[in-house]
Design a protein around this ligand. Structure first.
Ligand SMILES: Nc1nc2c(c(=O)[nH]1)N[C@H]1C(S)=C(S)[C@@H](COP(=O)(O)OP(=O)(O)OC[C@H]3O[C@@H](n4cnc5c(=O)[nH]c(N)nc54)[C@H](O)[C@@H]3O)O[C@H]1N2
Ligand SMILES: Nc1nc2c(c(=O)[nH]1)N[C@H]1C(S)=C(S)[C@@H](COP(=O)(O)OP(=O)(O)OC[C@H]3O[C@@H](n4cnc5c(=O)[nH]c(N)nc54)[C@H](O)[C@@H]3O)O[C@H]1N2
Ligand code: SF4
Ligand SMILES: [Mo]
Length: 706
């Protein structure tokens, strides 16, 4: 081998940054930098991408799968033997208790490689179990609830690139790269894109208790008190309706309940909510006017409002603003997201009525009903520990780390110990893996071929890229998708994924072959994509456009269903009660460039010292008599962690902020591993009524010097 330079793209988050990788004569990566010629990201990278080689070469990266031994340790095992043993144990469990005794948990990293999630879910279907959990119920399940009780627009979201205004609530996509169906923010080379859109005339409104990287670029920043989004959006809707800034024609056709909404938000004048929200009434009115007077552009949100105390109501109201203002693609408008390697369908410009499906769905041990086919992640321990014929006895985890990600860690750890079988696919001995019976070591980022197909829904430009593996994978690892095909095969179950059958006993196709079959129904030639080392922008590919509503279109939004009206009434009563300020800070969520939830926390090259400090406004530090950098305890109603404070003037005073993903499982954080913010949260108190989402932001905490 000779030294060489090659191009690829980063797959640590969906921003798909183009990379140039230099390798020495042994095939070892010597340097990684942004690819200036990349048509989508033009050289941009973050620190994770530049450290992408650490993920395959770190000493603690698993090079073979692991099996738990009788003494509680682990021993290496080949994927073949692991699959045969897991299949035999699953077989026994299913024979005795049925397929629902086997549960699945999918996490964030299952969505980063394009084949992992489709094959995980394909396996799941083949197994026939109804028990599925995911990180979405400790994330933004309020968005599922809003869809299920307000309805959706068949043609999806408007495009950021066409908009006059955009209001982003509780999201910081310049760091989190959260775009697509969530925020619609152009995450690919986002900073430059945002500057370009603003030069074109886009007005940006940001609602966030922190003056984030995004908020510093906003025309209007409403730096609200965390947890008050429902109040704020009730007041914004009221203002829009009072001033006639809503889309009258759209509402007449698609939102028959507008008068009920108008009545329900009546108590929420900007003046009435201003103090509780910590935002001047004049600023609320100004934001409503700027938004309402624009011709196009939406309100979208991230985790901030969806992790707060009124998450489901807040998300409903902020999405109701889009309905009230008719901010959806109409006939002839370009649809959001693109399809190049994927297929695209023109969608009609019409409403899809809410289905309130959870009301008819099965209930779990904690009384929550399945939402989008899932029970809340916080109820997983109860589903395992509650003695019943339908108790979960085996759990398979794909690309997730529930022992760290989900509040209620001690009980989750106890529940995992009670399982007959815990299997996780993970390149690191994560806190979940450490509790597992089998840890399947997968191929990681630079070792696998892949395409950008699964990120297309997040792109607003017709881009596609294929990458060959950049480095050779160790012998003992298996690609995530292949593990699931082989496991289904060992169970004698045929699988169907993306229209192709995977039958037991059939020879295994190569990953490239599977990628090609996934691209089979695409709008561009896979060969052309493969031939483009920097990816390719298919400039001439016409966007897919919304079609006219079908003649029988009978769907409508329900902007004010009875439960939302009741929640607004309760909120209005709360408004009348005196506000209790007990001097505690409100702890909010925060994402940092270096890590992606717990991915990266195992790599010294990415972790800072201290790993996740508690950020506090300098005025609060002074008030509490704490020096910047002091070691502190952070105590909530539910737990306590130890960390260090860091002065941060970007926060609203009264707010503290920490990132998650650090710390250990069980009830203790190992020294040096950072502090787990989930110890401060409850898996049983303050759950959202429909989704069972725990309170994860705007959590009252007290700080004290150690
Ligand atoms: N306190 C608090 N808790 C939170 C949050 C918060 O803001 N605050 N955020 C919540 C949110 S939004 C989410 S989505 C959840 C995340 O919940 P999870 O998705 O369950 O957790 P992650 O830490 O993302 O787990 C990813 C795992 O995938 C592994 N991994 C990395 N690369 C690969 C790969 O190529 N293949 C496979 N198979 N595995 C890989 C990593 O080692 C890691 O163990 O956490 C939630 N928890
Ligand atoms: N580098 C990196 N990227 C990531 C992740 C990561 O861990 N690291 N995680 C990934 C995952 S799983 C997800 S879900 C996405 C999340 O993507 P985002 O939702 O964009 O995540 P954050 O950057 O934490 O932004 C949340 C914002 O909400 C604000 N906030 C907190 N509480 C409230 C509130 O009550 N109301 C309002 N209005 N705002 C509030 C916080 O100050 C913060 O700026 O990011 C993804 N991308
Ligand atoms: S992790 Fe960083 S470098 Fe990688 S795709 Fe995301 S933003 Fe780009
Ligand atoms: Mo997430």
């Amino acid at each position: 081998m000779t030294a060489r330079t090659t191009t690829t793209y980063c797959r640590l988050c969906p921003a798909a940054c183009g990379l140039v990788v230099e390798l020495d004569e042994h095939g070892d990566v010597t340097h990684v930098k942004g690819d200036e010629q990349h048509a989508l990201t033009r050289g941009f990278t973050c620190t994770k991408g530049r450290h992408i080689a650490e993920f395959h070469r770190a000493p603690n990266r698993l090079r073979t799968s692991q099996r738990r031994t009788a003494d509680g340790g682990f021993e290496p095992i080949t994927p073949e033997v692991a699959i045969a043993e897991i299949a035999s144990r699953l077989q026994d469990i299913i024979a005795e208790h049925g397929p629902d005794a086997v549960a699945l948990y999918t996490g964030t990293q299952a969505a980063m490689a394009s084949l992992t999630l489709p094959f995980t879910l394909g396996f799941w279907k083949a197994l026939g179990s109804q028990r599925k959990f995911s990180s979405m119920t400790v994330d933004q399940a309020a968005k599922w609830v809003a869809d299920a009780r307000m309805g959706r627009w068949a043609a999806g979201q408007q495009r950021f690139a066409d908009a006059d205004v955009w209001m982003l609530v509780g999201t910081n996509p310049l760091i989190s790269m959260q775009g697509g169906g969530f925020t619609a923010f152009p995450i690919h080379d986002g900073l430059r894109r945002l500057d370009e859109e603003r030069k074109r005339g886009l007005q940006l409104i940001v609602v966030d208790p922190r003056r984030t990287e995004l908020a510093t670029r906003a025309d209007i920043h409403l730096q609200l008190i965390p947890g008050t989004d429902a109040l704020l959006f009730a007041a914004i809707i009221r203002t829009l309706l009072d001033e006639g800034l809503h889309d009258h024609e759209f509402c007449t056709r698609w939102a028959p309940g507008l008068d009920a909404l108008r009545a329900a938000v009546a108590p929420f004048t900007p003046e009435a909510v201003a103090e509780r929200c910590g935002v001047a009434a004049t600023d609320i009115v100004r934001a409503a006017r700027v938004f309402g007077r624009a011709r196009s552009g939406m309100v979208t949100s991230g985790t901030g409002p969806d992790m707060g105390p009124d998450a489901e109501l807040a998300e409903h109201l902020l999405q109701a603003v889009n309905v009230v203002c008719g901010r959806f693609p109409r006939e002839g408008d370009a649809l959001a997201g693109t399809a190049t390697l994927g297929s695209a369908k023109a969608l009609p410009a019409q409403a899809i009525s809410p289905d309130r499906h959870w009301e008819r769905a099965t209930a779990g041990a904690t009384g929550f009903h399945m939402l989008n086919g899932e029970l809340p992640a916080v109820s997983l321990p109860d589903e395992i520990l509650t003695d019943s014929p339908t108790r979960i006895r085996a759990l398979i985890v794909s690309g997730g780390n529930p022992a760290v990600a989900v509040p209620g860690k001690a009980r989750m750890t106890e529940a995992f110990a009670a399982l007959d079988l815990l299997v996780t696919v993970d390149p690191f001995m994560s806190e979940t893996a450490a509790l597992a019976d089998y840890v399947i070591a997968p191929v990681v980022h630079l070792e696998r071929p892949d395409t950008t197909r699964s990120y297309e829904g997040l792109m607003d430009r017709p881009f596609a890229q294929y990458t060959a593996p950049v480095v050779t994978a160790p012998d003992g690892v298996i690609d995530d998708w292949e593990f699931f095909v082989r496991l289904a095969g060992a169970l004698g179950r045929p699988m169907k994924v993306a229209g192709r059958d995977y039958l037991p006993g059939e020879p295994m196709p190569s990953t490239d072959d599977v990628l090609a079959s996934f691209a089979g129904r695409g709008r561009v030639s896979f060969a052309e994509v493969k031939a483009a080392p920097h990816g390719r922008m298919f400039e001439t590919l016409e966007p897919v456009r919304a079609t006219a509503p079908t003649p029988d279109a009978s769907g409508a939004f329900d902007v004010a269903p009875a439960d939302v009206v009741a929640e607004l009434q309760a909120l209005a009563e709360h408004l009348l009660r005196p506000h209790l300020d007990d001097g505690r800070l409100l702890l909010v969520v925060r994402r940092v460039k270096e890590v992606m939830n717990s991915t990266g926390t195992q790599l010294p090259a990415l972790v800072r010292t201290p790993p996740n400090p508690c950020h506090v406004h300098p005025d609060d530090l002074a008030r509490l008599g704490l020096a910047d950098g002091a070691e502190v305890t952070v105590t909530s109603d539910h737990g306590r962690v130890t960390t260090w404070v860091r002065a941060d003037a970007t926060l609203r005073p009264g707010v503290a902020s920490m990132t998650h993903g650090f710390g250990g499982a069980g009830d203790r954080d190992p020294h040096g591993a950072g502090a787990s913010t989930n110890r401060l949260l409850s898996a049983t108190a303050d759950l959202q009524p429909i989704s069972g989402m725990p309170l994860m932001s705007a959590v009252p905490v007290a700080l004290a010097a150690v």
